[in-house]
Design a protein around this ligand. Sequence first.
Ligand SMILES: *Cc1c(COP(=O)(O)O)cnc(C)c1O
Length: 467
Amino acid sequence: MVPANLTLRGSNYLTFAQQVTSPNQLIFPITAQVNSQDHLTIGGCDVIELVQNFGSPLYILDEETLRLASRQYRDSLLRFYPGKSQVIYASKAWSSLAICAIIASEGIGFDVVSGGELYTTLMALETIGLKDKAYSLIYFHGNNKSLDELSYAIENHCTIIVDNWWELEALESLAQEPVKIMLRLTPGIECHTHEYIRTGSLDSKFGFDPNQFEQLFSYVSQHKKLNCVGLHAHIGSQIFEKEPHQDLTSVLAKSLQSAKEHGLEIDTLNIGGGLGIRYTESDDPPSIVEWVEAVSKAMVDACTLAGIALPKLMIEPGRSLIATACVTAYTVGSSKEIPGIRNYIAVDGGMSDNPRPITYQSLYRVVLANGMSENAQFKVTIAGKHCESGDILIKDATLPETSSGDILVVPATGAYNSSMSSNYNRLPRPAAVLVNQGEANLIVKRETYLDLVKQDVLPERLSNHQS
Ligand SMILES: *Cc1c(COP(=O)(O)O)cnc(C)c1O
């Protein structure tokens, strides 16, 4: 997949980008180009000007890439799956009003895992006049939903993906009338990804175990307030193989058959998300279209084998829908040379805006956005500004010569960056801008120092009134 001529020089990423069209196989957004000033542009906007106008660090979200990935998911599911289908966005990847509005406008629903994500999604749907569709668009996940969260989801007619016995009982006591639910199963499927983002193996905090399925199905069929419409499983994230999801379709088809035998009228199977993306050249995920084709065919085969009618097929991508649409721009500050050991350059963000390297040892690329065609001949380590030695964004990156004030861009930061960001060291969180055809709109304001103390309360007796 990776062309032999791909070197570490920024401009070559872009040649590479234009040869492939599945966003999850690119490293930069589809609109990335280099202008006459040798600056990186995204969505027709000069990244250096964006930083001048909106500050640094800055999340830059390319609308075209996000819409392309959304359409590829939606259209290929319609093309390859002969039954009903639905794509929902795992909004934990990045939830904000603008993002939810874009995604909803592409005909995609939402997976939410907390009251806060539900609130954000409902507000976005209301803004674009789709709130009355919430019942068909929002699915509420989570292994420990609070009673308040469950009530909030019931009030808004969301489908609740039930994770455990406690939750079944809680729903029965809360519900006035039948609640639409799906059951999250732990299918016992292993996939090759980081331990922290592996969720389908038996030793997982999520879902019902296979040895409980029969008991579960008969319990649910006997409780009238539990209107079970489907089964769900999610096996992990950043997965490059197609087999785990293909295997999952047969586990789910068999479980559906068994659920029917226990009296449940179920017509939906949700195979979760998890398709991987290319953060660096060594990542080689299937394209969105290839993946959807593979799982659609596997589902048809699995249902034929199990002798059941085709269910509605649901998929819920997060990372592969949004990660590649966003890049993060940073400004270079200090640098440090340790002769014979390592050269560090430090940027104005780090683990607070991108906790993935320190959490999952994730790898990233980086380019000099104000000198895209300069020769990348120096090995440097890009450090964040936090008080942790582990706050390293990229170890041994290759860059042109850089100096203080230069703008570095780290691509593929749309998923699990802003959403996992923190105020560690009391850094205000970065702003986010949406770019499209030369226009840039602020979608998340930069936090201020005032925002940082907004929730703090100083008890009267601690303040000194004399001075
Ligand atoms: C996180 C998650 C997803 C999305 O996973 P990605 O790897 O981001 O596609 C989908 N479903 C559930 C239940 C999840 O927890």
